[in-house]
Design a protein around this ligand. Structure first.
Ligand code: ATP
Ligand code: MG
Length: 562
């Protein structure tokens, strides 16, 4: 019996683990791993895999390793390794002392390869990559044996050792497993195990000039680390027989591979190759551009690790691929930020308002609740004075009865401050409104009266003399299409990039408390959405990213479904 009872809702992976615990297959051990290739930054799809692997280990009192699958020195970089470590930590997971690298096992993998050669189960191939492809056959036709397939064990050993010693050029030879060129599973048609690559590796330097292929290395890594459940995405289902074949031939420890459907999100892409193109071709400012689906981009935009973990839990695990609505991620984020984001006031497009009957030179400090959802967040004071700024779009010169915001003659509430009524509109020569004049009711201090007066509209504002100029960055989806890969003939996904995905406002004004905003702090700007101070922020010029607006389209979808 399992020692711990998982508290979360069950899924097919848990069912398998429970069965193993019941049968004692892994002596009640649960040991998973997250195995990224350090060839790019992690994205929200990886987050799902991280939450799944670390989450299962936590729930079953097991362990989860962080392992870099660093078998391809051509595409891998230390920058990626560092970013991955940072991102997994930020998501809130801990691998303790189990940070591993596939490259740590290169010697052992090499020994295993010699073992296969000696058993007559691997051979050195001289055919070119193109010829190998031709000999491979298709799904309908069996492949053909290579003329080099029947080399003797001695010759294979000799050639393989010379491959390792650097005697041959890149691409001139490979080591292949000797399995079955007519297998209906193409992965079993004598897959390549090693290629020659005279490339420096971030960790092993120039020690090696042959590098293991992913399919040879991956199963061995899991076996060497005595992983119990090797959780991977569906496309590896067809590779499982190969991983099993290798481990059988070597008489090595067998983990259980379990496949699940990868996460897809609409309006974005998840392929590292394509994300790299966005960065290299400057469609975005970098891997951490707040429009990127990368963990670093989401962090910079203001998504919390708690929300990403909750999202990952809610979408669950499945056996068939599907696409999740981005609105669900935003919904979960709003739920989280609603509980803890400090409510502040920022005016994105300011319009000046002069309160004619307010005493010249007077400043009153208005008390504001920091978070109505959390009393412990306390209060702060905001200065109020004769000249303020309101949101330009909160004023209409002509309005019907449904307009509850500012318009001449109608009373509105300034949040935390007073009721005001617009008395005059000032325009420039072109007819553009430059300033409003209002009167205030001194009896409405704090934004309410006890005479039963009804004031529907509530506006946010900042005091002109105290406001802090800020840069505000507004975002939309990076792509205009739900499926960015859906394009006209001859185009690629970049044709669907949204030209309006970033809008920078440089004339915005925020309340003085935001002068010291620390990067990464979450705020709710009243009526404007959730914002997060950007790393570019400074006391001279605070910079805020709008994470999401307050409008929750997922809540509407959910209502309809019920
Ligand atoms: P590639 O292999 O093309 O470089 P990858 O996205 O598979 O890209 P890896 O670094 O191999 O990148 O991924 C690490 C782990 O994350 C793997 O176990 C993989 O299955 C998992 N993973 C990757 N993308 C997703 C996704 N969209 N949803 C869930 N898990 C994913
Ligand atoms: Mg991969």
């Amino acid at each position: 019996m399992s020692e711990t009872t998982p508290t979360q809702s069950t899924n097919f992976i848990r069912t398998i683990i429970d069965e193993h615990n019941a049968s004692g297959r892994f002596e009640q051990r649960v040991h998973t791993r997250f195995p990224p290739e350090p060839n790019g930054y992690l994205h929200i799809g990886h987050a799902k895999s991280i939450c799944l692997n670390f989450g299962l280990a936590e729930d079953y009192n097991g362990k989860c390793n962080l392992r870099f699958d660093d078998t391809n020195p051509v595409k891998e970089e230390q920058e990626y390794i560092d970013s991955i470590i940072k991102d997994v930590k930020w998501l809130g997971f801990d691998w303790e002392d189990r940070l591993f690298y596939a490259s740590n096992y290169f010697d052992q993998m090499y020994d295993y390869a010699e073992q296969l050669i000696r058993a007559g189960k691997a051979y050195v191939e001289d055919l070119s990559a193109e010829e190998i492809r031709q000999y491979r056959g298709t799904l309908k036709e069996p492949g053909k044996n290579s003329p080099y397939r029947d080399r003797s064990v001695e010759e294979n050993l000799d050639l393989f050792r010379r491959m390792r010693a650097g005697e041959f050029e890149d691409g001139s030879k490979v080591l292949r497993a000797k399995i079955d060129m007519s297998s209906p599973n193409l992965n079993m048609r004598d897959p390549v195990m090693y290629r020659i690559l005279h490339a420096e590796h971030p960790r092993t330097g120039n020690k090696w000039c042959i590098y293991p292929m992913y399919d040879w290395a991956h199963g061995l890594e899991d076996s060497i680390e005595r992983i119990t459940h090797s959780i991977c995405t569906l496309e590896f289902e067809d590779h499982r027989p190969l991983y099993d074949w290798f481990l059988d031939q070597l008489d090595a420890y067998h983990p259980q591979q379990i496949e699940f459907a990868r996460l897809n999100l609409n309006y974005t892409i998840m392929s590292k190759r394509k994300l790299l193109r966005l960065v290299e071709e400057n469609y975005v400012s970098g891997w951490d551009d707040p429009r990127m689906p990368t963990i670093s981009g989401l962090r910079r935009r203001g998504y919390s690790p708690e929300a990403i973990r909750e999202f990952s839990d809610r979408i669950g695990v499945a056996k068939t691929n599907s696409t999740v609505d981005f609105a669900l991620l935003d919904h979960v984020l709003r739920e989280d930020l609603n509980k803890r984001a400090i409510r502040v006031m920022g005016v994105l497009n300011p319009l000046k308002v002069v309160i004619d009957n307010y005493p010249e030179g007077q400043v009153e400090m208005m008390e504001a609740v920091n978070n109505p959802e959390d009393e412990s967040a306390g209060t702060r004071s905001i200065p109020f004075s004769k000249e303020i700024f309101i949101e330009r779009e909160d004023f209409r010169e002509e309005a019907n009865r449904k307009w509850f915001r500012l318009t001449p003659g109608k009373e509105v509430r300034l949040k935390h401050a007073y009721y005001i009524t617009c008395t005059d509109v000032v325009k420039d020569d072109s007819g553009a409104i430059t300033e409003l004049h209002c009167t205030y009711d001194p009896a409405s201090k704090g934004g309410w009266t006890d005479d039963g007066r009804k004031v529907k509209g509530t506006l946010h504002w900042v005091s002109a003399a105290h406001a802090v100029p800020a840069e505000i960055r507004l975002y939309e989806h990076l792509f205009t299409k739900e499926n960015p890969d859906e394009t006209e003939e001859g185009q690629d996904f970049t044709a669907n990039i949204n030209p309006d995905s970033l809008k920078i406002l440089t004339n915005s004004l925020v309340e003085p408390s935001l002068k010291e905003a620390q990067p990464g702090t979450y705020y709710q700007f009243l009526r404007q959405g959730y914002f997060c101070a950007d790393p570019d922020t400074s006391a001279e010029k605070p910079v805020f990213n709008r994470t999401v607006t307050l409008r929750d389209s997922w809540a509407k979808i959910e209502k309809k479904l019920k």
